[in-house]
Write a protein that binds this ligand. Structure first.
Ligand SMILES: C[S@@+](CC[C@H](N)C(=O)[O-])C[C@H]1O[C@@H](n2cnc3c(N)ncnc32)[C@H](O)[C@@H]1O
Length: 253
């Protein structure tokens, strides 16, 4: 009860400070109520959110409210990975590839067929195909695959050099991240690395609707450790103009 009240007080305070955000939030709130009644689990819920958002704008659905921002966000992800070891010969798995905001740059850079993008949203994967066409990348033959979970059951053992998930765990409850950590090590080569971003809180972990999830760094580091993965907080990512933080996970040898 106390927690509910303090959360309501917090929300009222936030609304007073950000009046322009009230209407969009109310729209999201009514969608949340509707979808919760109609979906059976988080993945189906979030797939429906993406369907709704992608129908309005695929670039908006992946979090960019202008084409200029979409290009800039993709470039930032790409530059960081290349500076941190991505090579054209790497085989890359991108979890939650969206409409290839960064993926189009990875596809172009990697050898033909070496990019493997997964997403729970068929609608955003259709938009990803449009991105491939718009950027003249058909010949690179990337794999774009819809999934219903993060078990990677259809992918081979020790296949990928690099795994990437940008702005995916910021939309994921802990069970989804746990499932990913439980299975991702199997598809990673022994020296592969897995970079993901997350919405970091130093206070209490919480979520806004079922759309945005905030974690403490130590929660994700401990969860990775339970699945035999070492996790390192990427300090240099904090210098970039991006609201999320980044962790790199490797297989424990
Ligand atoms: C904010 S968008 C980011 C897309 C892309 N990574 C980028 O940076 O442009 C999040 C994407 O993750 C996908 N997604 C969310 N939860 C997922 C899950 N459990 N498994 C796979 N994809 C997921 C969404 O459908 C959406 O395309």
């Amino acid at each position: 009860m106390t927690r509910t009240r303090s959360s309501l007080v917090h929300q009222a305070g936030y609304a007073l400070k950000n009046p322009r955000k009230i209407m969009p939030h109310l729209r999201r709130l009514s969608r949340d109520t509707w979808l919760r009644l109609r979906t059976r689990d988080h993945v189906s819920y979030y797939r429906a959110v993406m369907k709704d958002d992608a129908a309005r704008s695929p670039e908006g659905a992946v979090g960019s409210h202008s084409h200029r921002r979409w290009l800039a966000m993709g470039q930032m992800q790409f530059d960081y990975l290349v500076e941190h070891g991505l090579k054209p010969e790497c085989r890359m798995l991108e979890i939650g590839c969206g409409n290839l905001r960064a993926g189009r740059l990875f596809v172009d850079y990697l050898h033909t067929g070496n990019y493997y993008g997964l997403d729970i949203s068929p609608d955003i994967l259709m938009a990803a195909q449009d991105t491939l066409v718009a950027h003249g990348l058909r010949d690179k033959l990337p794999h774009l695959t819809p999934v219903r979970d993060l078990r990677f059951a259809f992918l081979p053992d020790e296949h990928f050099d690099v795994v990437h998930a940008h702005s995916v765990f910021s939309h994921s409850p802990i069970e989804v991240i746990d499932e990913c950590f439980a299975h991702v090590g199997r598809v990673m080569k022994p020296h592969a690395w897995f970079d993901f971003t997350f919405d970091r809180t130093e206070g209490k972990e919480h979520h806004v609707l079922r759309e945005d999830f905030y974690y403490r760094t130590e929660t994700l580091v401990a969860l990775a450790a339970r699945h035999g993965l070492d996790a390192v907080f990427m300090e240099d990512w904090e210098q970039l103009p991006h609201k999320q933080s980044k962790i790199r996970v490797t297989r424990r040898s």
